[in-house]
Design a protein around this ligand. Structure first.
Ligand SMILES: NC(=O)c1ccc[n+]([C@@H]2O[C@H](COP(=O)([O-])OP(=O)(O)OC[C@H]3O[C@@H](n4cnc5c(N)ncnc54)[C@H](OP(=O)(O)O)[C@@H]3O)[C@@H](O)[C@H]2O)c1
Length: 333
């Protein structure tokens, strides 16, 4: 058995419980991974409220993780036991791509094609912060057919996705100008990510932004208003569903280890940095508080959860123990 956070009914964060569940066995194309860090996403909240997908209960939340391969199926070719990997574990494009067992657990199974080798310079916490957000950020540039030398206006430059959109625009896609919106206290932070011009949305309205941009990349679902900053017939990307403006194109998410592998050089050479909210990483027994913080909508970068405490003795999975040993865990059995 292993420890995992799960819910057996939909609702507020208080439905989450720390429980013992079985450790799954990997299918032929899957890896069994010991989770060393996980990250939260607004998707996890929407799923818990039963707003985005049908999944039988109970559900262990969590899409993102970084960890170590502890066992693998017979058809796995790319990874071996002991490899450090990271990724988002749900394949949103597949009919049955959502898993009931998410990453707020000690062990998860995932198809080898969905994960990639952890960038060697990143901690597990940093790596876990990236997959869903960076794959979303990259997809928006692809949908917009964004080209080097174009300008971009990022709506919501301080969030989990926005911090990566700003960095990718400036340091990878080589935008001629990166503008981004945020609130007063985060202006310097968003500049530090590479924004040339930061709009404090508490003081300046979109209509007051003088310049027009080759792309408006909206990460907060404000495209009904933010589209006025786009040049005539320039693309407006909205990653929220449904976009609030008919002109905006929704950009979804492609989960693939290949995308993570392609961006790896930019992570390893420091062009793009993982941004962990300074309130974290949250200890794993503090998941409910971490969700409460995510749900304020004020996170700065990503909310990361550290791993379940772990002992290498008393193993039940190839030398791995499944007991929570830390005395700080309120639900310790
Ligand atoms: N299409 C997809 O596949 C996909 C993937 C990931 C996420 N999403 C969706 O995209 C949205 C954002 O996700 P996320 O993970 O980036 O969320 P997040 O990290 O929770 O976003 C929090 C950030 O939003 C900023 N913000 C809030 N209101 C703002 C406003 N009016 N103007 C500018 N910034 C504002 C906050 O900055 P301030 O404190 O400065 O306001 C905060 O830093 C969510 O709705 C999520 O469900 C979609």
């Amino acid at each position: 058995m292993q420890k995992a956070w799960l819910y057996e009914e939909h609702g507020p964060k208080e439905v989450l419980k720390l429980e013992d569940i079985p450790i799954p066995s990997p299918k032929a194309n899957q890896l069994l991974i010991r989770v060393h860090a996980a990250a939260l996403n607004p998707f996890d909240v929407k799923l818990r409220w039963n707003l985005v997908a049908c999944l039988d209960l109970p559900v262990v939340p969590g899409c993102d993780m970084a960890g170590v391969v502890v066992a693998k199926g017979g058809e796995v070719l790319k990874f071996d036991v002991g490899d450090e990997v990271y990724g988002s574990i749900h394949d949103f494009s597949a009919q049955d791509g959502l898993k009931w067992l998410g990453t707020l657990a000690e062990f998860i199974v995932v198809e080898e094609d969905l994960v990639a080798t952890k960038p060697r310079n990143l901690s597990f916490e940093e790596a876990a912060s990236l997959p869903l957000a960076i794959q979303t950020a990259i997809e928006g540039f692809r949908v917009a057919d964004f080209r080097q030398g174009q300008s971009v206006f990022v709506v919501g430059g301080a969030g989990g996705v926005g911090t990566l959109v700003v960095q990718l625009a400036k340091h990878v896609y080589k935008a001629s100008k990166v503008a981004a919106t945020t609130s007063t206290k985060k202006v310097e932070f968003v500049k530090s990510l590479g924004a040339d011009y930061v709009v404090d949305y508490t003081k300046i309205r979109y209509e007051e932004v003088v310049e027009k941009y080759d792309l408006v990349y909206d990460t907060i679902g404000d495209s009904r208003e933010s589209c006025v900053v786009a040049k005539e017939s320039a693309p407006v990307i909205d990653i929220t569903w449904p976009p609030s403006n008919a002109r905006a194109r929704h950009s979804g998410l492609t989960v693939s280890g290949e995308i993570l592998e392609k961006i790896r050089p930019c992570l390893e050479n420091g062009k793009v940095k993982a941004v962990i909210d300074p309130k974290g990483p949250f200890p794993v027994w503090d998941v409910i508080r971490a969700f409460g913080y995510l749900e304020t909508g004020r996170a700065r970068g990503k909310i990361v959860i550290s791993s379940f405490p772990f002992s290498w003795k008393n193993s039940s999975v190839g030398g791995f123990c499944n007991t929570v040993e830390d005395g700080g865990c309120p639900n310790k059995k």
